[in-house]
Design a protein around this ligand. Structure first.
Ligand SMILES: *[C@@H]1O[C@H](CO)[C@@H](O)[C@H](O)[C@H]1NC(C)=O
Length: 247
């Protein structure tokens, strides 16, 4: 009810006739349990063999070696009191304080990678290179991303390849091959946006502005409550029927 319907702890405390402190404690212990059980079972990087065997037709035609489509999404948070945190979380893209997450989707439409939250000011490149994502890549893999992800170099250091749309600005005409590659990429990239959109629609807490106390980790390297919420929501989205037809 807290994550799916965005009911506040205050409202839950009335509904369940408990104190707000108990509602808060119950939410956190339940979240910890869901995180420990669901995330390892439903959100993991698959074996190459597994990926290839169930590759949807559109990918077989356009990107047969694609293992992952990456994107970043941001979640609004309250303005931090601490000045440094305030600067780190201000997203010039969203014009709001946010936490940013790197998400990786398999061609099958499953979330196979999710980072911890980074302050919204952090570049996509920095998040990609410091979130453990590169460690998942194997030689020969193709990763799809959008413009702005200038991580081709670090991905090529893994002997893999980053595919982003051809740069169209300032060019008069595209060759038919370039045009085709943009079309192919646009159609597969829609999937990642749909997965993010569906997760947000299903768990409406992700559409809200998150309280700052949920964005602070107990340990410097630990996950925050928001991180755990995001990870659990992605794991649960994975259990729902796939959004990409396999035909
Ligand atoms: C979620 O709940 C908070 C209050 O608890 C409210 O301010 C916010 O607008 C709600 N968000 C959505 C998307 O319903």
């Amino acid at each position: 009810m807290r994550m799916k319907m965005n009911l506040s702890l205050a409202l839950l405390s009335v509904l369940f006739q408990i104190s707000i402190a108990t509602a808060s404690r119950t939410f956190r212990t339940t979240l910890d349990m869901l995180h420990a059980k669901l995330v390892p079972s439903f959100l993991f990087w698959p074996q190459r063999e597994e990926l290839r065997l169930s590759m949807p037709m559109i990918f077989r035609q356009t990107y047969p070696r694609c293992v992952c489509i990456i994107d970043c999404f941001e979640i609004f948070i309250e303005k931090p009191k601490d000045l440094e945190a305030r600067a780190q979380t201000y997203s010039t893209y969203k014009h709001h304080h946010t936490m940013k997450y790197l998400i990786g989707i398999s061609p099958q439409g499953t979330v196979i990678f999710i980072s911890k939250g980074w302050g919204g000011r952090t570049s996509d490149k920095r998040v990609t290179e410091n979130s453990g994502f590169l460690e998942c890549i194997s030689a020969g893999d193709v990763i799809l991303a959008d413009r702005g992800f200038n991580v081709a170099e670090s991905i090529s250091l893994c002997n893999a390849e980053l595919n982003i749309p051809a740069f169209t600005k300032g060019r008069k005409q595209l060759s038919p091959v370039e045009l085709e590659s943009i079309r192919g990429l646009a159609s597969v990239r829609i999937h990642v946006e749909r997965v993010i959109g569906e997760t947000r629609n299903r768990y409406t807490i992700l559409q809200s502005t998150i309280g700052i106390q949920m964005c602070e980790a107990e340990h410097p390297k630990g996950l925050t409550v928001l991180d755990k919420i995001v990870h659990v929501c992605c794991a649960l989205t994975n259990v729902a029927p796939s959004i990409i037809p396999s035909g």
